[in-house]
Every structure is written in C-alpha cells, then in structure tokens.
Write a protein that binds this ligand. Structure first.
Ligand code: IVH
Length: 673
C-alpha cells in the first residue's frame, strides 16, 4: 500500500507541475499524449485504492478555470477593514454599543487572533477554487490565483460534500517567524532586498510571478471570514459556520473564544498578549466580532469597516531600563554611529542590551546622559530602539550629556561632518583600524574577492599581528605567516593559498563592489558595470554620463571620483591587475575561456551534498565561468549538478530530460580550465 501511495504522490507532483507549466505559463514541456498517459496512470492508481484523501489531486482539477488570466478580480462582496482600538475604555465603549444595537442584555461575541499577514479572498464554485485575489481597494483585488496554487493550506478542491454553489472564503496569508528569519538571511531571495517584517515578506512571496513554489509553500492560510450567500440560513453563528468551513479543509484560529461576557473578553486579551511571544507566527492583537450573522446585518457598517467587529491591538511593548554607555562605532566607510548600551531587557521574548542611535540628529533628540532611565521598544516589533528618556530625571542635572565626539574614537583624527545626512565621518580611511578591518573583510567577502577559508577572524589577526593594511598584503600571503596565526592549521593555510592561486577572474560588478565605496552597494555596482562594461572605461569616468545611470546621483559620483583620484586606491587596482594577473571581466565581454566553458550562460541547479566544495564555492566557481546558478526549479534550467543524496530537483531533471553532471565530472571540467 505504501508503495502505491508513494507512486500516487509522485505522479501528483509531476502532473501538478505540468499543469502549472501548461496553464499558468503557457509553456508545456511534455506532449499532450505523455500528459494524458501520466494522468490516466494516476487516475487508475487512485481508483485502485479508492483513496479519498487525494482530494487535492490534479485528477479533481481538470477543466477548472483556475488559470484564467486577468490582473484584477472583483470581489463578490466588498472586503472591509477593521477599526483599531488600543485600550480598555474603547473596548468597553464598543461592547456597550453592541448591546444597545441588539436591545439585549447579553449577546455572543467571537474573539480570535488578529493575524499580521496579507488578506486574501478565495472564490469557490461547487467546491473548486476558481479565483484568489488580494484585498486591493476592497472592491477589486490583484489576481493571485496562480500564486496560491502551491499553498497547501488553500485547498484547491474542498473536502466533503454539499458546499454552497458559490462562496467567498476570506483569511490571512502569513509565514512562520522562523521562516521569516531564515528567508531574510538569504537576502537575495526576493529582489536582493531584506524585508522588515514577516508580513512584507509574505506579501512579497505571494506576488512573486516566478515558479519558486518551494518558497510559496512557506505561506500559510487561516480563514477568518466568509460569504456563503444564504447557504446556512439556519445557522446564525459565525463560529458554527467557521467550524463547517474547517471541515471543508481550512485552518481557523487555534484560539477562539465564544462568550457573552466583557470580563472574559478582557481576560482573553490578556492571555493572548502573554502568549504572543511563544506563537510561531506574528499576531498584533485580537479581533472581537459579534457572532450572530443576523445581528451583524442589523448593526451594519461605518464607511469601509463593519460596526460589528473591532481589532483590539497590543500596545508596542516598551520596557524601562538604565543607560550604561554610548559607544561611537566606526563603520567601513568611516561613518560614526552612536550605539546605546543598557541594562538588558526582555521584549517579546528576546533579550536586548543595545540599540543603534542612528546619527547625531537622533542623539540630540534623545538628549541622553549616562545613567538615565530610558524606554526601549522593538520598532516594527523587530529592531531595538531607544524611544526616549524618562522626563525630569535628576540624573540629567548631575551628569554630563552624551555628545558626539569631535575626534574619531579609534584613530583620533578630526571628524568631518556631513550635514545632509546628519552624520560625522572619519576620513582617515587607510590608517583607521576599524575601517581597515571592515574594508578588508568586505573586500574578501562573498560577493567580492571571495577567498576560501579567509575568515574575518584570520583577516583581523593578520591586520593586528602582521600589520597587513591593504588587500595587496593578502595577495602576498605565505604559508609561514598563515600557520603562525591562532586556529590556522596546515589544511586551512593550504586552502587559503590555493584559493588565492586560483583566483583569476572577477566580474566588473564584483570588482567595483569589493572596494566598498560609500553608497556603492550591489545594485549600484551592477548598474555601473552594465553601463561601463570594462574597467578601462570606468577609470575614465565622466560626470555627464554617470548621472544618467540609475541609482547614481551627485553624492555617489563624488564618492567615486574621490576614490579614483586617490593614489593608494589606484595603486591597489594596478597591482591586482599587473602583479597578480587578476582579469576583470564584464558579463557581456567574458574571456574566451569562459565563453568556451560548458557552463557559460547556462541556468544551473545544484542538488544533493557535494564532496569537494560547499554550495557557495561551487556557485562561485560556476559563476566565474559564466554560469547562472539558480536556487529553484524553473522552466529555464539547462543543467543539473548532482551531489550525494539528491533531492526533488533530481527527479525534475530526469522527468524533464535535463542535462545532468555528477560532481566528479564537474571537477574534471574545472581542472581542465
Ligand atoms: S475579520 C470585516 N478577523 O485585519 C472584517 N480580520 O484591519 C474583516 N485580520 O484586512 C476581517 N486577523 O486581513 C478579521 N481574525 C481576523 C483577522 C483579520 C487579521 C486582518 C484582515 C483585515 C485587516 C483589517
């Protein structure tokens, strides 16, 4: 039996994927005959074991209009929003008002989590999902039907029988806190940008047009509303209808309170507030709803919000503590950032003991003295922030104010101010130790001159003990120096030296990025490289051309000119190219070796564990040879590199007859280049 189920699941996955390619992308990759063959095979197997649980099977979906193309979808009934309240008094007002509308002494309320996610409307016809859309302007929302296809908690076909002919199911899409943290770490996942909170990330994932369904699977849906069009006329209760909906295959809030007592609601609010930090997903309050659907109709709406429901939101958690010190940190580009250190506090389950004070303007605004009582919160419930100090603190009279220093706290050179940014800078970039450390770590980082094994720990030791000052000192590294460092054995030393030896090519984009010029991050580097195409052109930079490049204004132009007119910098570039034979290649003008490589301009997937490289190293190597390494299965994959215990990507590679190379074969190819 298990074997059959495995086969069925495998076939379901395959067909689902082909449906997606066919219906959503109009790019089928197998013939109709092959598709029918797979589908029949699946139908027969499902029939054989009469396995009703396969309700989400593609065999149920054939002929559905799920894949219709349009940008916006009209909601059948308007999607409203909720009015927010933040205190007990407002809640009691709401409670009283509801009773007065009903003319009764007691009415039922249903209370649930207020999920912090993205609202979605799902339209089901005869139990089959037809359309999914975002809230939009409340009347029509963005069509995300295709995008929800891989979200497990959105059933494509409902469980059970006797559904309303037409219905709207409303709810919230969100991702787990742990997935937010790990996806945000891989900040290149979505448009190379980080998301400040889980809601934004969920919204980003939902809207992604690409095939990255592995990512979309991280989205979870919870139902908190519906429009059943008089279906359950006799069941005059939101809660009881919700239980029906649960049986059709939806998740509903795990904590629901059905009661008629204001005190019970207030206790529920307290309980959920305490529970909040232990939950696996973000909530920002509770929602209190009148339970009777008939009474809801009577109570009605106020403009775009129902009068019969309210969101009772949690206050932003604030803790009082004592300011211990303010350190002025020197950044890579010399910018000085004040950081406040305080007696640690616990906010939403996380221990916090420091917070950035951003710049001089913020420092002045806070008006701090060491020893002050201060209030801390987590902005957007994530980033630690000093809100303000306690007023009339006698400490202010006894102690001196924390002021921005006039000199660099590290090298003591006089700071330069940049009033536009409210910042102070240390301009002594070649002799100021923290700047040197951060610049070199950046230079040899992942998206720049990545050298295997050259960790920040090793870099810092070489700077402190061996007086290394420029990237060139590192290119001259020898075995004895490396071996003399703490925690560097023979293997690490050899790895580092080999990595330097093999480092021959770098794209112009990475080359520009590696120097860490102020304001020139990954995307500006990319834009500069795309416009200038070669290092030679870049070195002859002219103002009138550069200002047309996206993301580059007067300030960045000036930073670039300052960098290029500094003889130390030009000397480093000259030595890299002429003494260490580094070739700076533009993506459109790759060297012949690269062009000849079988990886050149190929979309590559890596699956399974590699013996000889880490994933990142393999990716780097392939990219150095012009390959484009993808993280997810997509229709454009050209070849798949196979490690030990390969995953799903291998199955797709076989099914779609992609070129497959074993790691050993790849190693051989590398060794010939
Ligand atoms: S009921 C007409 N219940 O909050 C009332 N909404 O500010 C509509 N939300 O757009 C929603 N958790 O997406 C309801 N348990 C819950 C909710 C909830 C989160 C969202 C919803 C809505 C927004 C309103």
């Amino acid at each position: 039996m298990n074997k059959i189920i495995k086969k069925i699941k495998n076939l379901q996955n395959q067909i689902t994927y082909h449906n997606y390619l066919y219906f959503c992308l109009d790019k089928p990759i197998i013939s109709d005959i092959k598709y029918d063959y797979l589908l029949n095979k699946l139908k027969n197997l499902e029939k054989k074991i009469n396995y009703k649980k396969f309700i989400n099977s593609p065999t149920y979906l054939i002929g559905s209009s799920i894949f219709k193309k349009s940008k916006f979808i009209n909601h059948l009934t308007p999607m409203l929003s909720l009015e927010n309240i933040f205190n007990k008094k407002k809640f009691l007002n709401f409670y009283k008002k509801m009773l007065s509308f009903s003319n009764k002494k007691k009415i039922r309320f249903c209370c649930e989590f207020k999920f912090d996610g993205v609202a979605v409307n799902l339209i089901y016809i005869n139990g089959v999902l037809k359309q999914a859309s975002t809230r939009g302007d409340g009347k029509k929302g963005e069509d995300v039907t295709k995008n929800v296809f891989f979200i497990k908690s959105i059933p494509l076909v409902l469980h059970g029988k006797n559904f309303p002919k037409i219905m709207e199911i409303r709810g919230e899409l969100f991702i787990l806190k742990k997935d937010f943290l790990s996806l945000n770490k891989q900040n290149n996942i979505i448009n190379h940008s980080k998301f400040s909170n889980a809601r934004n990330l969920a919204s980003g994932l939902l809207r992604r047009k690409n095939l990255e369904f592995e990512l979309k699977k991280k989205l979870l849906f919870i139902c908190h509303g519906f429009e059943l069009f008089n279906y359950f006329k006799n069941i005059d209760s939101y809660y009881l209808n919700l239980l029906k909906i649960k049986n059709w295959g939806f998740n509903i809030s795990t904590q629901i309170l059905l009661c008629s007592s204001k005190n019970k609601i207030l206790n529920f609010f307290k309980k959920i507030k305490n529970l909040r930090s232990t939950l696996k997903f973000e909530i920002d309050g509770i929602v209190i709803k009148v339970d009777s659907l008939k009474l809801r109709k009577k109570i009605g709406l106020i403009s775009r919000s129902p009068r019969w429901a309210i969101a009772y939101k949690f206050p932003n958690e604030v803790q009082e503590t004592k300011l211990l010190k303010v350190k002025f940190q020197v950044g890579r580009t010399g910018v000085i950032t004040p950081v406040g250190y305080f007696k640690s506090v616990n906010i939403s389950g996380i221990k916090i003991k420091k917070a950035s004070i951003y710049n001089n303007k913020e420092l002045k605004k806070l008006d701090l003295c060491i020893g002050d009582r201060i209030f801390i919160c987590r902005a957007g419930d994530v980033i630690p922030k000093i809100l303000k100090k306690k007023k009339y603190d006698t400490n202010t009279i006894l102690n001196k104010k924390v002021l921005f220093p006039k000199k660099c706290p590290s090298c003591l050179s006089v700071l330069k101010s940049c009033s536009k940014e409210n910042n102070f800078y240390c301009t002594n970039s070649f002799f100021c130790l923290p700047q040197i450390q951060k610049k070199i770590i950046h230079f040899f980082s992942k998206n720049a001159f990545k050298i295997k094994g050259l960790s920040p720990h090793i870099i810092n030791q070489l700077i402190k003990k061996n007086n290394f000052r420029s990237p060139i000192d590192f290119f001259k590294l020898n075995f004895t120096t490396l071996k003399s460092l703490n925690n560097v054995g023979q293997k690490t030393a050899n790895n580092i030296l080999n990595s330097f030896k093999k480092f021959k090519y770098i794209t112009l984009e990475k080359f520009i990025f590696s120097f860490g010029i102020k304001g020139i991050g990954k995307s500006v580097s990319y834009n500069l490289a795309s416009s200038y195409r070669s290092l030679k052109n870049l070195l002859k930079i002219q103002k009138k051309n550069i200002l047309n490049i996206p993301g580059i204004g007067e300030l960045i132009y000036q930073n670039l000119i300052n960098f290029l007119s500094n003889s130390n910098n030009l000397n480093i570039i000259d030595q890299l190219i002429n003494n260490f034979n580094i070739k700076v290649v533009s993506k459109k003008n790759q060297s012949l070796t690269i062009k000849k490589s079988i990886f050149y301009q190929k979309n590559i997937l890596i699956t399974g564990q590699l013996k000889n490289f880490s994933r990142i190293e393999m990716k780097e190597k392939l990219e150095n040879l012009g390959g484009i390494v993808k993280n997810y299965i997509s229709k454009n994959i050209d070849l798949v590199i196979l490690g030990k215990n390969p995953g799903k990507k291998f199955i797709y590679a076989i099914n779609f007859k992609k070129k497959i190379l074993t790691e050993d074969k790849v190693l051989k190819i590398f060794s010939k280049i």
